[in-house]
Design a protein around this ligand. Sequence first.
Ligand code: ZN
Length: 442
Amino acid sequence: MSDFDTVLHPDHVVPIMPRRQVLSDHSVALKGGQIAAILPRSEALLIDVEHTPLPGCVLMPGLINLHCHSAMSLLRGYADDLSLMTWLQDYIWPTEREFISPDFVRDGSDLALADLLLGGTTTLADHYFFPDVTAASIDRAGLRGLLTFPVIDVETGWARNAEEGINRGLALRDDYRDHDRIDIGFGPHSTYMVKEETLAKVAVLADELEASVQIHLHESREEVLTAVERTGVRPVDLLERLGLLGPRTQCVHMTAIGEQDMETVAKYGAHVVHCPRSNLKLGVGICPVQRLLDLGINVALGTDGAASSNRLSMLAEMQTASLIGKTQHGDPTAVDAWTALEMATLAGARALGKEDTLGSIEPGKVADLIAINVSALPLSPNHNLASSLVYATSGQEVSWSWVAGKPLLQDGRLLTLDYTDLMTRAERWSQQLGAFRKTLES
Ligand SMILES: [Zn+2]
């Protein structure tokens, strides 16, 4: 009997830890949903166990998408080329008021999860109404997730007010208390959609429960200026004042920030979640990633929802983060390929408080892995694997994925989601939503 359940044989392993290394002629052995060993190929082939050959592939940790609104995949391309506030107030919010329901969230989440798996994501942090429905979708599909339930001071289809949202969210947290792949945290939408007293309440509860908090923060100059007018301080300072900044806080976007804001984030050990494609598309600015990293701030990556970024491809986000990082700093060495790979893996795990168990290929960590085929012509020759993964992939190269050792994608085929069924459901929503969109414009 072998000590292992299965052994994977890729051409190369990119473990992320130790940093900036590529292992060739090595195999990865799994046992009980964990990474059990990284072995020289010659040794691994002698083990009497199930062997999985992965020719032409790089094996790396599954990508960690730290900011998504899965259900909004049904609104992909629904309202594009608009300012953030026009997009939200004239299109997204009226449509959500009309359509938000468990069915909408289930179909949108399932569609997103398939898209995410095909793009290499194995863990996501999601923020949307009916987080119970998305949690069930994530559970069925086999991914790992943090659901940050919405806290918002307006009535929604999910909760009449913030208090009801918090109560429903806490009940959901109880439901998933012992779940090994799903966590529940707080998702106050932003400082402009949540009252100070509600944010203060979230701070107390999250601290008591040691729960993650994710918030949209400093997404645009307009947001910052409005906050200063309304509260007298910048959004990040408001969070500091209310006790909502800390090592379990995930600040999403942070495009409109100055040196003082960065120092405040660094002082509290809060995390920044960079969503470059969404930021570029909404024209709200660019998060100064290299500067944040230089200050010791942990920066993870997210796709945001497909309603704003159109794709849920973490490979595309890595590429964009690296390219705009260089342009912004006027320095081609800024946000290099290895930095982008770390942001999409270990930095995400760190933001989730799971650095010890997730985000790299090390014995004892969970077997959340992806295999990316780098043997195709557009990626050849492969002088530098990190460069190929970040700069040359199109997002279509992910061929396998595993979460806790269980395969979810095999040779490009989804194992836990039905591709044809998802396409049928997407088409049905496309017709209903399309008809409603016409009424918004008339
Ligand atoms: Zn968002």
